[in-house]
Design a protein around this ligand. Sequence first.
Ligand code: ATP
Ligand code: MG
Length: 328
Amino acid sequence: MTRVLDVENLRVSFPDTGKNRVYPVDGVSLSLDRGETLALVGESGCGKSLTSLALLRLVPSPGRIEEGSAIRLGGTDVLALQGEALRKIRGRRIGMIFQDPMTSLNPVFTVGNQIAEGVRAHFDVSKSEAWQRALKLLEEVGIPDPAARLDSYPHQLSGGMRQRVMIAIALSAEPEILVADEPTTALDVTVQAQILEVLDRLRDSHGMAVLLITHDLGIVAGRADRVAVMYAGQIVEEAPTDRLFARPSHPYTQGLFASVPRITGPVGRLSPIGGSVPPPGAWPGGCRFRPRCPQAFEKSETMPPLLPVETDHRMRCWLAENGADASD
Ligand SMILES: Nc1ncnc2c1ncn2[C@@H]1O[C@H](COP(=O)(O)OP(=O)(O)OP(=O)(O)O)[C@@H](O)[C@H]1O
Ligand SMILES: [Mg+2]
């Protein structure tokens, strides 16, 4: 296994309304091996997007990555990079696909132009070579009649086709890692499945590592090798996907599963976790899930570290100390 990304104790802060700072990403550690898909899952506001932006040093000002955080891309210390060296990792080492392609595509340039531009930003090739490469990329992401589509403008394409173009642009730099932040949330279910299949295929053919960010556990099964569940700025459970689905152990993860009707089956009732993720700055002391947790107990008043449940399976819950998970 070749490790391509190591994130340790990542903390991202913003100033609050007073003199203090809040930490929407608060000590996240994760890693990616070549060819692997890691799913980062959690409710809205838990810090998924900020985590992914931090990987590219794109945390918007006045946010900042705190001292003590580490992001390593192979042998490169991302947090030490500046200027040109930093720009080079964006796209080239880590490609990014966002939820809404319309905000990332330029409406006044054709699809072919934008992809060829992407190719030329990273490789020293002629215009016609870049154009050829753009054509090939459109084929790879499964766009019908790709030669004609090169001359289309973004508004002439459907949402699913635009998202395919975004993937083609991300691929144009041949990145080692592809970060897909809710890449299919805006699409209907059929198109969503097609786009995810494109991502799977490209991961396998290019050997990329994929960080798939989603609030939808339903798209994780059969796709991700491992899952990291995030709550209130922290990873609260991580495990190989099969294991997590067979035995979700953190009470929050169990709540997430209970709220997905497709997983609990057609007769399963939708039972969302009561309450919502508190905003950063309003987190309770101790375990941050405590106020919503049906299994909270005295010890939950102190913050649990990530504790082993089994080999490769850890959770941030004191129930792991009993040698059992919370479902026992
Ligand atoms: N530019 C910003 N300034 C201040 N706070 C921010 C900023 N961006 C994000 N936050 C806060 O950080 C927290 C995490 O945001 P983030 O966008 O990472 O969540 P998320 O898990 O991606 O949610 P979603 O599923 O809705 O995309 C949120 O509480 C959000 O309000
Ligand atoms: Mg987000």
